[in-house]
Every structure is written in C-alpha cells, then in structure tokens.
Write a protein that binds this ligand. Sequence first.
Ligand code: ZN
Length: 165
Amino acid sequence: MKAAPLTDDLRTLYQEVILDHGKQPRNFRVVEHHTCKAQGNNPMCGDRITVTARVSARGVLDDLAFEGKGCAICIASASMMSEALTGQSTATAHKLFEAVHDLCTGKIDTDQAKAAVTPDLSDNIDKLASLSGVRQFPVRVKCATLPWHALLSCLDGKTQTTTEK
Ligand code: ZN
C-alpha cells in the first residue's frame, strides 16, 4: 500500500485538542522554586523542552510546567501532561506515563488507559487519547512521549533525556 501524503497524515493527527493545546499551551513557564528540572531533546523532530516541577515532602506535584520549542504534538502533550498531573502524586505521574506511552504506541486503547489510572484522571485520558493518532508514525510517537520522559527524568533527579539512546 502506498503511504498517504504528509498533508493527509497531519490532518488526521492534528485534531482539535492537539491544535488547542499546541497553540495555547497551559503552564508554559518555569516553576518558581522548582525542586527538579530536566531537559528533553528529540533530534528527529527538533523538539527541545525543559520540564520543571515542585514536589512536596509528601511526594505531590504541587506545580508542574514546561517551556521550550517543539512541534504541535510535543507542545500539546506537554500542556496536557501539566494539566493532568498538577496536584497529583509522583506515583500517579509514573502510572499516567505508562498509560500514555502505551496509548501512543498502540499497546492499549482508551478504556484500558482509563482502567490503568485513578478515576479522577478519566477526563484527562479522553484528551490525551487524541495523541494516540501518532501510533502509525514512530517519529511522532517520540514527539508525544518526550515531555513525559523529561518529567520522569526530572522526578528521578536526572537533568537530561533524549529520544536517541
Ligand atoms: Zn515533534
């Protein structure tokens, strides 16, 4: 089968949610008094973002933000990540990372992703599911998951992550 032209691919990918978050990203800033900071780099696309977070002594993400440059998918994913995880525990962050990663690689569907996280994140999964259109495009999967890898590096005390390992 012949591959569809890029414009068609993009039309499928750039759904409303992605456009909204890509154009008007939430929490596009640096967290004041952040407790961790990590840069994510996706040279395949040119995405380069920095995630900052302030984690409380109880292990809650009191604030989470990002800044940098990236394609609409990367920025939208980072924006939705910051919305979903502000006020959540680092344990929840790890769980949601797994769910989003598996959604974007096509391992699980939206319902399975919802079952994998706490019920209060169901609405977030609905939005994040818009990223699952990237599953046919390996390069785009990296765009969508980069912010999440950066967040995990941040929480693990690392300062950098790259999609090229
Ligand atoms: Zn990208």
